[in-house]
Design a protein around this ligand. Structure first.
Ligand code: GCW
Length: 717
């Protein structure tokens, strides 16, 4: 009898795991553990919980999450006890759990910082127990999410001794949300913030968003776009923002705002925004005081200045440091910080855009106040599918740098293409800058600012919106997850993170896990192959940044600056003899990029301009190799489709279908890229397609006329 009930539960659990899902729950699905012996073990260890009484919002959030997770994973809630030595599971901050200070693992607790936690299991006071503890409630919250993740990913709870501290202090999301509800470069619906109803009505979604972010350690959210509106700093808008701050606070997340540099003029009625003008400085001080009176734990400002039309200190003959320091000074009494972006270029065609960020900021190293970060993007152009790391990461030892990644896929197929970005993030973070000799990876440089300046940071531009599954493409969730995990520990391996995500999002069975991981591992290189191989870049559609447009050519912006194609050659000479970008890196990186013999082929046309018949390592000519990459990319999308099809019936139909149909779409777009680019460049190379490459079905004009969102005119009927 007992056995058949168990079997029924088990069957129900299997069916439950196959029920249609929208994806709204993200990686926090907490489905019943489907391995009977593990379930048994988990239940025993979690039978009785001792969670000391608390009034803190963060501890309450931790407890609520723990119980929510247990109810789902174990099918029942633990019994609660108020007797300190009664429970099997002890959760609480260390000085409350062990008031006498007599902690068996005291040394480990002392190694924790204010956000760290310890998960320990073993025999304590004669009984088998699990302890999750921290120095602060925020640490506890992170510890609880980790503890649940152990069960979500089916790990043993025996003999645990997990000691975790985040390696970076500010782990930020930079929303590019506009105040009218649209999102710049957002492809998953409208902004999550319902400004009309804020601050009074706080949607459940805000809490779910905060939960998801806390589960990966995000602790700061910039609410609005770097292409800023001064209005966001007006009192009525600050009050609205306070509603979001209230919703996020229990999850350890502070809110930040972008600051439009001209706000003293636009809002304050001054005739200048000159950072050296005392009236301007006084205006910012008062504004900051007002902000803190409304949002007491406000985090600070993110600023885009003197870039793409945004106002800034250079409008008054002042430097970025002058501007940033003025804001830093105003925020300092409250503990706030400034993130000052280094993404600057002036659209002057004679200047190579790749060298401008470094040239503007390097001379300012050491001139910024202690609470100011300079924030470069991961690479020196602009979130391309592959870029070498930004040379500023080896160039500003006296200024804390915050690295900005894009999670939203502005140049990676929007929310239509399956591209796992964890591998892109890892590639940047593990690049060696040689700033202090070998091993000075970008990741180490970021972490080192914590030692040298007491602050460190990383930021991601999120891919979320009002779509039911948050990110449009289900696999966009993996990029959000991966960013958070790397923000916590930038040395994690991207595929380890992917595995965690797949286990929690889809299944722990090898038959599901293996194919999905294979797909994710190949996806980014596949995208590079069919869009911008061999270091080619910035040849996407001008307006939308999706689809090919290497032919775009107008006085404001021309793709020809980025590929420089002629009948002889292709690529940009950025070596010593060219724009000199290679010289912005330390030796030996500089030499490696500078010399054709050592430059990685993946950056070949980024740093070098080469004739069509140049021979690559494969023995093929540059033309043949370039074309082969485009064809390979499309073939790989075909493989990705097949891999996904092997999952039919193994995951729920709703999510299976979503990804399956988007892979069809991705394949069409990959062909569009391949055929458009190959025909366009062929006009110049005047060479035949390599053997085995099927010629495109249409002429170049056809591909040039496909609009986005596209109208395929029956091309693939
Ligand atoms: O490349 C550009 C994007 C803009 C973005 C800008 C930036 C927010 O196309 O949409 O503006 O980068 O990062 O500031």
């Amino acid at each position: 009898m007992k056995r058949s009930i168990i079997c029924l539960i088990f069957l129900g659990c299997l069916l439950g795991n196959m029920a249609a899902e929208s994806g709204y729950e993200l990686w926090l699905r907490y489905r019943l553990v489907d391995d009977m012996s593990l379930l048994d073990n988990y239940r025993k260890l979690n039978a009785v919980c001792y969670f000391p009484k608390t009034t803190s919002e963060q501890a309450s959030a931790a407890k609520a999450e723990l119980f929510r997770g247990m109810e789902g994973l174990l099918g029942k809630l633990p019994a609660e006890t108020s007797a300190p030595d009664g429970g099997t599971l002890w959760i609480g901050v260390s000085h409350v759990l062990f008031p006498s200070g007599d902690i068996p693992f005291g040394e480990k607790v002392r190694a924790l910082n204010e956000e760290g936690y310890l998960i320990w299991s073993g025999r304590l006071n004669g009984k088998q127990r699990v302890v999750v503890t921290a120095l602060t409630d925020r640490g506890l919250l992170y510890g609880v999410f980790h503890y649940l993740r152990l069960m979500q990913t089916r790990q043993s709870l025996d003999d645990l001794c997990v000691v975790e501290n985040p390696k970076l202090k500010y782990r930020m999301l930079n929303h590019w949300d506009n105040l009218d509800g649209t999102v710049e470069r957002g492809y998953a619906g409208y902004s999550l913030w319902n400004w009309e109803r804020l601050p009074f009505y706080k949607e459940t979604r805000y809490t779910d968003y905060a939960r998801a972010n806390a589960s990966i350690g995000i602790n700061g959210i910039v609410l609005n776009n770097v292409n800023a509106q001064a209005k966001s700093l007006r009192r009525d808008w600050l009050v609205k923002a306070s509603g979001l701050a209230d919703a996020f606070r229990p999850y350890g997340i502070r809110v930040y705002l972008t600051a439009k540099f001209s706000a003293p003029k636009e809002l304050g009625g001054l005739d200048t925004a000159n950072p050296k003008d005392s009236r301007v400085r006084a205006w910012w001080k008062e504004k900051v005081e007002e902000i803190y009176s409304i949002i007491p734990d406000f985090g600070g400002f993110l600023v885009k200045a003197n870039s793409e039309g945004q106002p800034g200190p250079q409008d008054y003959g002042c430097t970025h440091a002058d501007g940033a320091n003025m804001l830093g000074e105003a925020l300092e009494p409250y503990g706030g910080v400034v993130f000052w972006r280094a993404f600057v270029y002036q659209n002057e065609r004679h200047v190579d855009r790749v060298v401008t960020g470094y040239n503007e900021f390097k001379p300012l190293d050491g001139q910024f106040r202690k609470n100011v970060f300079v924030q470069p993007k991961n690479g020196p152009i602009d979130f391309q599918p592959r870029e070498p790391f930004h040379p500023l990461f080896g160039g500003m030892p006296r200024t804390p740098l915050a690295l900005e990644f894009q999670i939203t896929q502005e140049n990676l197929g929007h929310a239509g293409h399956l591209v796992y970005l964890g591998t892109l993030y890892e590639e940047t973070l593990q690049s060696d800058t040689y700033a202090c000799g070998q091993g000075s990876t970008v990741s180490k440089v970021l972490q080192d600012y914590q030692r040298t300046h007491g602050i460190s940071a990383i930021a991601g531009v999120p891919n979320v919106g009002t779509d039911l599954n948050w990110t449009g493409h289900l696999f966009g969730q993996a990029n959000w997850y991966a960013f958070g995990r790397l923000a916590w520990n930038p040395d994690m391996c991207a595929m380890t993170i992917a595995e965690e995500w797949v286990r929690m999002t889809f299944s722990n069975t090898q038959e599901v896990l293996n194919p999905i991981l294979k797909l994710m591992a190949m996806s980014r290189e596949t995208y590079v192959n069919y869009t911008m191989p061999l270091g080619l870049n910035h040849i996407m559609n001008y307006a939308t940044h999706n689809g090919p447009e290497p032919w775009h050519d107008d006085p404001v912006w021309t793709a020809f600056d980025y590929h420089k194609v002629t009948t002889d050659s292709i690529g940009v000479d950025r070596t010593d003899g060219g724009s000199g970008a290679t010289g912005q890196y330390h030796t030996p990186v500089c030499d490696r990029f500078n010399s054709l013999r050592t430059c990685p082929e993946s950056y070949l046309l980024w740093f070098h301009r080469l004739p069509w018949d140049y021979r690559l390592a494969s023995g093929k000519t540059l033309w043949d190799e370039l074309v082969s990459h485009y064809y390979k990319g499309v073939a790989e999308v075909g493989q990705m489709k097949n891999i996904w099809h092997s999952l039919e019936g193994k995951i729920d139909l709703e999510r299976y279908n979503q990804v399956a149909s988007l892979l069809e779409y991705q394949e069409r777009e990959a062909m569009w890229w391949r055929d458009g680019c190959v025909l366009f460049f062929q006009q110049y190379s005047q060479r035949p397609l390599p053997e085995g490459c099927q010629p495109p079905a249409h002429d170049l004009k056809y591909y040039q006329s496909i609009p986005f969102p596209y109208d395929w005119k029956g091309y693939y009927d």
